[in-house]
Design a protein around this ligand. Structure first.
Ligand SMILES: Cc1cc2nc3c(=O)[nH]c(=O)nc-3n(C[C@H](O)[C@H](O)[C@H](O)COP(=O)(O)OP(=O)(O)OC[C@H]3O[C@@H](n4cnc5c(N)ncnc54)[C@H](O)[C@@H]3O)c2cc1C
Length: 452
């Protein structure tokens, strides 16, 4: 069999071709600011913009180039839902709290769409809709109830399609049906990041790449932020390090579970191929525990594939490309001859209760735990946190994501030792689910525990 790797193969994000990162050149730091923000991804930049617009002096510090973290590596899927359904959320916050979080997430998406438009961020945002393929007949039944629930209780447009009506949406026979969310969409994640970087600077925040924060201590009523390039005194610190939260922040590190996630890009496909395979331009994922994501590149020429291509974090890019090529060919067998030009990885942050969280410990505030929905949610929550610290959030209803505490687990010390076996287990469960799957007429499944 010929190799699925293109002869010009890159182990860096495809997104960086059209939105390269700035160099991570360190620059002299100010001695003192009102707020030091650690992390220059969506969350840190959104918080910095809100703080600077509220009149605070702000320095954003990133160990790497701004955007080096997950923010320029994602699939770029956007929508108004969390990964957990109502039942999963209700187990944590009760049924009313669950519905409130779902409605706030839907509202956060509407806010995000307005924000990108109002700020003039050019990031190829298109609401071309999302299709979630049902991996099993049982999932297809659950999706019908979920569609009703989302439309009637949360205010999200949703409908389902049976397997034999999928041809107008996607040229595959892999799925047993699908849930369609027509208002969801996709964007170019690195161009969104570049837009947020420009907003933060225009608002007056200073951004420092190549400036790793080694620790934060309290000294004489101020916070001392120690970095590789000297220290800054700050009244407040915002921790926006998400899955990259490391040893300098041991309390937070015990509360964030970093999980490796991967992507690959194909070579440009023959004209018309993707328009035929995905006629409505939907972004696609499915109900597997180890979910995959598929989309066309913004210019419509390449297939982009995301997923946990390896049970290991930091897997080799060529191995990732081969694994994601196999996944793509399972969905679209006619792509067997396609070559992959790029593959890369990044880290996604999960929390123990699988909810994004903003909060404070003294004068160290955090926005952490995207749980896979960070394009919208970490931009939204970074903005909310910045406005709260800046004292300009009082006209807003309180956010349900600012909950007391950030839970941990007694067996978790910051090293996700359980992720490899868990991923392997999920892969086996997905295969078993499919093997034992039988068409069913109807069933009384809960609306809540639907994946993804
Ligand atoms: C492969 C992949 C696919 C994804 N797909 C989607 C998707 O389709 N839709 C979606 O909504 N989300 C998706 N995500 C998740 C999304 O990208 C993240 O939720 C989001 O980018 C998080 O933004 P952030 O600003 O919180 O963190 P990041 O962008 O990760 O930024 C954290 C920054 O903190 C810096 N940092 C860490 N420690 C220090 C320190 N000590 N000193 C200084 N700086 C430090 C890091 O260098 C990093 O730049 C995906 C993620 C990955 C990896």
């Amino acid at each position: 069999m010929t190799s699925p790797l293109h002869r010009e193969f890159h182990d860096q994000p495809y997104w960086w071709e059209t939105a390269p990162l700035e160099p991570a050149a360190p620059a002299p730091l100010p001695r003192q600011v009102d707020v030091a923000v650690v992390g220059a991804g969506y969350a840190g930049l959104a918080a910095a913009t809100a703080l600077a617009r509220a009149g605070r002096s702000v320095a954003v510090l990133d160990a790497e180039a701004p955007g080096f973290g997950a923010s320029t590596r994602s699939v770029g899927m956007i929508g108004g839902r969390l990964r957990q359904g109502h039942a999963g959320l209700a187990a944590t916050v009760g049924p009313d709290g669950a519905l409130a979080l779902m409605r706030e997430t839907a509202a956060a998406y509407r806010w995000f769409l307005d924000f990108v438009a109002a700020e003039g961020i050019d990031c190829d945002l298109r609401q071309s809709g999302r299709l979630i393929g049902a991996w099993t007949w049982r999932d297809a039944e659950t999706q019908k109830r979920l569609a009703d629930f989302l439309a009637s209780k949360v205010g999200i447009a949703a409908h389902t399609l049976p397997a034999d009506a999928l041809a107008d949406e996607i040229a595959t026979d892999l799925y047993r049906g699908a849930l369609v969310l027509p208002d969801d969409g996709g964007l170019h994640p690195a161009r969104l990041h570049a837009g947020l970087l420009g907003l933060a600077r225009a608002a007056g925040a200073s951004i420092f790449g190549g400036t790793a924060v080694h620790g934060v201590t309290e000294e004489g009523g101020a916070m001392r932020v120690g970095t590789a390039n000297g220290a800054i005194a700050a009244r407040d610190v915002v921790l926006a390090t998400n899955a990259y939260t490391g040893r300098p922040f041991p309390w937070h590190r015990r509360r964030v579970i970093p999980v490796g996630s991967y992507m690959a890009a194909s070579e440009p496909l023959p004209p018309g191929t993707l328009a035929r395979l995905l006629p409505r331009g939907r972004l696609v994922n499915d109900t597997r525990r180890l979910a995959y994501a598929f989309r066309a590149s913004p210019d419509g020429s390449r297939l982009l594939i995301g997923g946990r291509a390896s049970a290991r974090d930091h897997a080799d890019a060529r191995t990732v490309a081969r694994a994601l090529h196999r996944s793509a060919c399972r969905l679209f067998p006619e792509l067997a001859g396609m070559r992959m030009t790029h593959a890369w990885g990044g880290m996604v942050a999960f929390t123990v209760d699988r909810l994004p969280n903003i909060g404070s410990r003294g004068r160290v505030h955090h926005v952490l735990g995207c749980n896979g929905s960070g394009v919208v949610m970490n931009t939204y929550l970074g903005t909310r946190l910045g406005r709260i610290i800046g004292g300009v959030d009082r006209d807003q209803p309180p956010t349900g994501f600012a909950r007391d505490g950030l839970p941990t687990h007694p067996l978790y010390r910051g090293q996700p030792w359980f992720m490899s076996p868990l991923s392997a287990f999920y892969g086996i469960r997905d295969r078993l689910d499919r093997l034992t799957d039988r068409p069913r007429r109807s069933s009384a499944h809960s609306v809540g525990n639907h994946r993804p």
